[in-house]
Design a protein around this ligand. Structure first.
Ligand code: SF4
Ligand code: SF4
Length: 172
């Protein structure tokens, strides 16, 4: 027997729209045609349990609590491919941001991988130091051997860190 999601959706959508209004967002999930163009080019499509078009559909059905319980809202890389592909200007990438904000405001926590990346950026200026790679000839190459310039972190680390913290606090 199918649950009557229509009634649930109407109530939940009103609540969702109220919450969406808190954010400087141009999201309009109700304009989605479910064409799937966002999903066809999504960078993390193979990793995500719910693809962008499905997330958009779940949001307008009011299934936000289900999404907030899932790691899917943190999988998006914000590459913006879905925004560019969407014929309806729904901007699924922004939907993920809103869902993350709702999660944090509701007491959720940022996954460890994010905080660890952030600490590395603050400490070194990079998410990850340059690594060596093994070529098809089984030899190991670093940037120098590949003819690439060395990566240099910020010249003034104190200013860089202060600017980062300022941006984080402003939500930039
Ligand atoms: S591309 Fe836009 S209209 Fe198409 S499914 Fe994705 S969000 Fe909906
Ligand atoms: S912004 Fe997120 S949802 Fe959109 S294509 Fe990139 S990874 Fe996928």
């Amino acid at each position: 027997m199918w649950a009557d999601v229509t009634v649930l959706s109407e109530k939940a959508s009103v609540e969702l729209v109220r919450r969406l209004n808190y954010f400087p967002s141009n999201v309009n999930v109700f304009a989605c045609l479910q064409c799937g163009k966002c999903t066809s080019g999504c960078t993390v499509m193979v990793l995500m349990e719910n693809f962008p078009h499905k997330v958009v559909d779940m949001v307008r059905l009011g299934l936000v609590p289900e999404l907030l319980k899932s790691d899917v809202i943190w999988a998006c890389t914000q590459c913006q491919k879905c925004r560019d592909a969407c014929p309806q200007k729904v901007n699924p990438s922004e939907v993920f941001i809103v869902l993350r904000n709702i999660s944090i405001i509701g007491g959720g926590s940022v996954p460890d991988t994010y905080t660890s990346m952030l600490s590395k950026v603050l400490e070194y200026g990079f998410i990850q130091d340059a690594i060596e790679i093994v070529g098809s000839d089984s030899l190991t190459y670093d940037r120098l051997k590949l003819g690439l310039s060395q990566l240099n972190g910020p010249k003034d680390m104190d200013t860089f860190q202060a600017n980062c913290m300022d941006a984080f606090q402003r939500g930039a």
